[in-house]
Every structure is written in C-alpha cells, then in structure tokens.
Design a protein around this ligand. Structure first.
Ligand code: FO1
Length: 310
C-alpha cells in the first residue's frame, strides 16, 4: 500500500492508534483529523482537548497516565486560581496553559484554528498533519435525564454520572470543513480512512456531523475501516459502555459496527470478541498497551484496508 491515509480520532484510545500509524507511515502519508466536539471556551481561553491529546501524544510529551495534558506538569496556576476563588473544576497545568494562551492569542489576532493548530503541532515537532475538523465551533452537548449539559460539564465536572439520552453537535450542520481535513479526505489516491477506536458518539460523530467531511468520507473510493473501542463488553477507557447501555444499546463491537453502518467497508474487533456482521471483519489484538502493539494494530488495519481495496 503506498497511498496516503486519513485517521479520525478522539483523545486517549484513538491517540494510541494514531501514534501507531505515525510510527509506521512516512509522515507525508498521514493526516489525523481531531474531534472538535470536546473543544470549549474556558477562563477566556480556547481549549481543544482532543487535538491537544493527539498533539502531545504524537510529540512524545503526553501524560499517558491521565490520558490528557502534559507529562511532568506542575499546577501552580491552578493553586493560585483556587486561592482567588476562581473556577478550578477543569484543571489546566502550568505548561499546558501555554498552549491555550498562545492558541487563543493567535485566534484573536485573526488566524484560523487550522492554521494555529497545525503550527503549534509543528513547533512541538510533529511531522504528520494533525488537522482540525472545522475552523467553526462544533460543540458536543449531552442530553441527560436532568437536561442538556455542555460536554466538559458532563465529562469532567459531573464525571459522566448523569444518565445520557442523546447528543447534539451544536454548530456542526453549518460548520465549514477544516481545509486541511477536507483536502486530505479528497486525495484521489487515498489508501484508507481509519476510524480510530474512539467513542463513536463523543469523538467520531462530531466529525461526521460536519456535512462536507461526512460527504467526502462517503464519496471516497478508499476503504473506510472502523476499530472497536469496546473489548469484551468494556470500554478500554472512558464512558463508552455506560453511554451505550443508557442509550439502550448492548456494549458490543457489533453495536459499534452497526452505528457506522453504510459508512464503513470493514470493521476491526478484538481477537477475544466475535460479531456476525454483513461487512468484512478482522479480529486481532486491539489493546495497544505498548508501542509495539500500537504499531502492530496500525499494520494490521492498513493490511486489512489493502486487502479490501484489492
Ligand atoms: N479531563 C479530566 O477528567 N479532568 C480535567 O481536569 C481535565 C483537564 C484538561 C485540560 C486540558 C485538556 O486538553 C484536557 C483536559 N481533560 C481533563 C481531558 C478532557 O476532558 C478530554 O476532553 C477528555 O479526555 C475526553 O477526550
């Protein structure tokens, strides 16, 4: 396989496969499109959590234990803010803060989110293209039994405790696609579009809800491959299984595959799972605990895509 690859990804789980792909592909063959739905304005700053998790992971500076933020972080800003009675439910580390301050400054000076984020990533040493899904705000709102909550209020402040009834991707229907993301998806020689093992409702649907991106994916001749974030009835990390149960879905790989029905050409699930689907499947090790395992899954996914294309 020699053509370029586009991966759609959220934070933690998706970033592991994104890293595997980045380590096996020539940098100019990989574009990663980051989930915009977790982005929000906080303390006057524009925060792009999944973009930053991907950027820090690919730059080798992520806090892999927390799954977000930077390694070797300090928290003086948070402590000082707390003393002043400021909002501290969303924790911004001292070094991470620089990313949000600089991003916000440049956005206010008139640069687009795509331009700023690509440049921040390059300055951290990234050679693959990490593209914003849109330059317009796309914000995930969580419909809960107790009413509508902005994503980070649901996820961080309420620790995913409210029972979920559905999701709204505010701004997505009218959002212009990120130019770098759209260009990557429209490459005529694209070898694969990879939907990383991220939460489909929280991390992938906000990207697919941007009409031009969904259309470009559906229109591409490249095989679209999704990887299950559910292994043995559990989410590897995060609230995917809980959310699926609350939505009346069994937390199984088959339910994930059905969620993407009509869009995907192949589905990858863990070797300990089974699914009776009407599209080609690949069962392999999907846990990605080590860098070798991340690279092995990336190789397996691209091999599967090549077989489907051939
Ligand atoms: N997640 C938390 O659970 N608590 C936090 O205080 C928190 C702060 C934070 C700061 C910057 C950033 O880029 C991400 C941060 N996250 C935090 C993660 C964030 O909520 C992500 O959206 C989730 O990890 C979902 O991908």
């Amino acid at each position: 396989m020699t053509g370029p690859v586009v991966a759609l990804s959220g934070g933690i789980g998706g970033a592991k496969l994104a890293l595997g792909l980045a380590r096996i592909l020539e940098p100019d063959r990989l574009t990663i499109v980051a989930n915009p739905g977790d982005d929000f304005e906080h303390l006057g700053l524009t925060i792009c959590p999944d973009f930053d998790t991907l950027m820090y992971t690919l730059a080798g500076v992520a806090n892999t234990q927390a799954g977000w933020g930077l390694a070797e972080e300090t928290w003086h800003f948070m402590a000082a803010l707390e003393r002043l009675g400021g909002e501290t439910w969303f924790r911004l580390g001292d070094r991470d803060l620089a990313t949000h301050v600089e991003r916000t400054r440049r956005l206010r000076a008139g640069e687009s989110l795509t331009e700023v984020n690509i440049d921040l990533a390059r300055r951290l040493g990234l050679r693959v293209l990490l593209a914003s899904a849109s330059d317009d705000p796309v914000r995930t709102m969580v419909e809960t039994e107790g009413g509508r909550l902005p994503f980070q209020r649901y996820f961080v402040e309420r620790a995913c405790e409210p029972v979920v009834r559905g999701f709204v991707y505010e701004g997505a229907a009218g959002a212009r696609p990120g130019p770098a993301a759209l260009r990557a998806l429209r490459q005529p020689d694209l070898a694969a579009i990879v939907i990383c093992p991220s939460n489909p409702f929280l991390s992938i649907d906000p990207i697919l809800a941007i009409p031009a991106l969904r259309f470009a994916i559906a229109d591409s001749a490249a095989p679209v491959i999704a990887i299950s974030p559910i292994v043995a009835g559990q989410a590897v990390k995060g609230p995917t299984a809980k959310i699926m149960r609350e939505l009346g879905l069994a937390p199984t790989p088959a339910a994930i595959a059905r969620h993407y029905a009509g869009l995907i050409d192949g589905f990858v699930l863990d070797e300990r799972d089974a699914a009776d689907l009407d599209i080609p499947t690949l069962a392999t090790a999907t846990l990605m605990d080590t860098l070798e395992a991340k690279k092995a899954l990336a190789r397996a996914v691209l091999g599967f895509a090549a077989r489907l294309a051939g």
